[in-house]
Each structure stands twice: as structure tokens, then as C-alpha cells.
Design a protein around this ligand. Structure first.
Ligand code: HXC
Ligand code: NAP
Length: 293
């Protein structure tokens, strides 16, 4: 079963975690599981109405009412300081941060305005270092051990055309993760990242796999079923399990790591002969006969 919760009950009891972009998509699914495991969770993003509705559903579904929805634009440092203050006032302290908020769309790079480029880089990279810096200063000053988890992508290290602002920004987030994993280890602050492959969410799908494209031959070639060796997309619980492990004390010796959860997608693109997957058995039979001759 790949849609079952993994950690034992109350694994996150006593922890307060801030999840950026926690009201939708993967942020919502991670927040839900954190709440199920007993954490206090602060979900924050720009749209307070979305967050408030999500918070209500999360409380109802998990039976844990310790979910706090707060409006915040991660591009604004003062917004994050305000979120931190309200969270500490409500829950006493904060022990973890999930940098999950993102902006992205597909476009040929030469068609982008400089503002479009800024928009994605500011949400993803500036948003991540703003949150990390604000929380980091607080943890260091108050001597609180903490865990930071950032959601990147596999093109953070391969790069990818047509999502270039996102690729640049995610690469920066990965560099931040690996750099501070070393620099702030002395303060007992751990840094890790998850690089997901395709996990369907409305936010990602409407921007990256629009229906008009999905119905074309190219769309079929781009579909996760075609691209992912395991032949399927990810289940949100699979990602939530990994995220919960990385913010929990079970992973207390894991630091500076990026864990890929993509069904083998990126490595398939990297291996020179992997497309031989598509060669029919008759052709292998034929080649074998030729060799034996
Ligand atoms: C080209 C675009 C564009 C597009 C916006 N812009 N969308 N350019 N193609 N599709 C340009 C605008 O014209 C404008 O430039 C500038 O970007 C800012 O646009 P706004 O709409 O004013 O920005 P804003 O309201 O801040 O919205 C940010 C956003 C939006 C990123 C554009 O899509 C958003 O809110 N996204 C949040 C959620 C999201 O993106 N989720 C997907 C994450 S998925 P000008 O010059 O005209 O002023 C993900 C998965 C990765 O990361 C891997 C998957 C396998
Ligand atoms: P999503 O639902 O669109 O999530 C993006 C979230 O970011 C939204 O909740 C959005 O909320 C928030 N956000 C955007 N701009 C913000 C800002 N300026 N300040 C604060 N919050 C902001 O998409 P998703 O698929 O769940 O993506 C979640 C994460 O997973 C992202 O980091 C993405 O890059 C990564 N990822 C996803 C996939 C996938 O297949 N889904 C694959 C690889 C990586 P508001 O609009 O309310 O601000």
C-alpha cells in the first residue's frame, strides 16, 4: 500500500511547524499529515480566504484544531516576522519550517518579461531565504533546535528549458539547503530538501500541463505515465510520509540531504540507453540471432 501513513502516532507532538503555501496542493497534504501526527501547524500564503477554508477542513478531518491560517507574502520580510510573532504568541515556540510556496509557469524564456522572471524567482528563492533567515535568527537567539525542509524539483540540478526562472530559483534553494546544513549545524538547525516528480495538484497542473496540451501527441509524450519508469504519478501521502520523517526527530542525523521522490523519472532522462525500454522483444530476438550467427 503506498497511500498509508508511515510514522507512529504523536510523532510530531509538541512541535510547531510553519508551512508556506500550506493551504493548497502538496502544502495542504503535508500539513494534514503533520496535524494527524500531533503537530501545531501554521499555514501561510497570500490568500487568507483559501487558508481559512483549508484550516477549517484540516481541523475537521484530522481532529486537531491547532492549525493557524495566516496571510503572508513570502517576498515581504516584514510579513514573515509578523507570522513568526503571531505563531509564537499562540503556540509558545516554533520548531520547524517547510519552504513549500512556489510560483511557476511554462514559457519559452525569450517570451518572458523581466517582471515575469522576477516574479517566480522572488517567490521561490527570495521567499525561501526570507523565511529561513527570519526563523533562523529566532532559533539561534532562543537556542531552539529546528528542522528546515525545502521542496525543490529534480531540475534544481539538471536544469530545464521552458521553466527557467523556476530552475534558477530551485537551484538556489538547494544551494541554501546545503550551505546552511553545514553553517548552522552548530546551532542544531538541520536543513534538508525533497525533490518531487509529478504529484498532481491543481496549482501545478493548470500551469504546467494545461488540458489543451495534454490532448496532443506531445502532451501524451510529456505525460507522467509515459515519462516515469514506475508508470504513475506520486500519491500525496507518499510525499507527506517523507516530509514528516524529515521534520521529525527520527531523521535527526539526516542533514544537508536532498531526497528524490519521482518514480525514477529524472534518472531515466539521464541514462544514455534508457530509451531502449521502448524496443520491442522481436527486435531483441533479431539482434540476438544476428549476434549468434
Ligand atoms: C508568461 C507570465 C505568465 C505566464 C504571469 N506572467 N503568468 N508570463 N507566461 N504563464 C507574467 C505576467 O505577465 C507579469 O509580467 C508577471 O509574470 C507577474 O504576473 P502576475 O500575474 O502579476 O503575478 P502574481 O499575481 O504575483 O502571480 C504569480 C504567478 C502565479 C507565479 C504568475 O501563477 C501564481 O500566483 N502562482 C502560484 C502558484 C503556482 O505557480 N503553483 C505552481 C507550482 S508548481 P508583466 O511584465 O506582464 O507585468 C511547481 C512544480 C514544478 O513549481 C515541477 C513539476 C513537475
Ligand atoms: P500549489 O498548490 O500551487 O502551491 C503553491 C503555493 O504557494 C500556494 O499555496 C500559494 O498560495 C503559495 N504561494 C505562491 N506565491 C506565494 C507568495 N508570494 N507568498 C506566500 N505563498 C505563496 O502547487 P503544488 O503543486 O502544491 O506545489 C507545492 C511545492 O511543490 C512547490 O514548491 C512546487 O515547486 C513543488 N513541486 C511540485 C510538484 C508537483 O508535481 N505538484 C513537483 C515538483 C515540485 P497563495 O496563492 O495563496 O499565495
Amino acid at each position: 500500500m503506498y497511500n498509508q501513513p508511515m510514522l507512529k502516532e504523536n510523532s510530531l507532538q509538541g512541535k510547531t511547524l510553519i508551512v508556506t503555501g500550506g493551504g493548497t496542493g502538496l502544502g495542504y497534504s503535508m500539513s494534514k499529515y503533520f496535524l494527524e501526527l500531533g503537530a501545531n501547524v501554521v499555514i501561510m500564503s497570500r490568500k487568507l480566504d483559501v487558508l481559512e477554508e483549508s484550516a477549517q477542513i484540516l481541523s475537521k478531518e484530522t481532529g486537531n484544531t491547532n492549525v493557524l491560517p495566516l496571510a503572508c507574502d513570502v517576498r515581504k520580510y516584514e510579513d514573515i516576522e509578523a507570522v513568526l510573532k503571531t505563531s509564537v504568541d499562540k503556540f509558545g515556540k516554533v520548531n520547524g519550517l517547510v519552504n513549500n510556496a512556489a510560483g511557476n509557469f511554462i514559457s519559452p524564456t525569450e517570451r518572458l518579461s523581466n517582471r515575469a522572471f522576477d516574479t517566480v524567482v522572488d517567490i521561490v528563492l527570495k521567499g525561501t531565504y526570507n523565511c529561513t533567515l527570519a526563523l533562523g535568527k529566532y532559533w539561534i537567539e532562543n537556542q531552539i533546535p529546528a528542522s528546515v525542509l525545502s521542496i525543490v524539483t529534480t531540475y534544481a540540478w539538471t536544469g530545464s528549458g521552458y521553466v527557467v526562472p523556476s530552475a534558477c530559483a530551485k537551484a538556489g534553494v538547494l544551494a541554501l539547503t546545503r550551505s546552511l546544513a553545514v553553517e548552522w549545524a552548530k546551532y542544531k538547525i538541520r536543513f534538508n530538501a525533497i525533490a518531487p516528480g509529478p504529484f498532481p495538484t491543481p496549482g501545478a497542473w493548470e500551469r504546467l500541463f494545461p488540458p489543451a496540451l495534454a490532448e496532443t501527441d506531445l502532451g501524451k509524450k510529456l505525460s507522467p505515465e509515459h515519462r516515469v519508469p514506475l508508470g504513475r504519478v506520486g500519491e500525496h501521502q507518499e510525499l507527506a510520509n517523507l516530509a514528516a520523517y524529515l521534520v521529525s526527530d527520527f531523521s535527526s542525523y539526516v542533514n544537508g540531504e536532498v531526497i528524490t521522490i519521482d518514480g525514477g523519472e529524472w534518472i531515466k532522462g539521464a541514462g544514455e540507453f534508457n530509451d531502449l525500454n521502448e524496443m520491442p522483444n522481436q527486435m531483441w530476438d533479431f539482434l540476438e540471432q544476428m549476434r549468434k550467427k
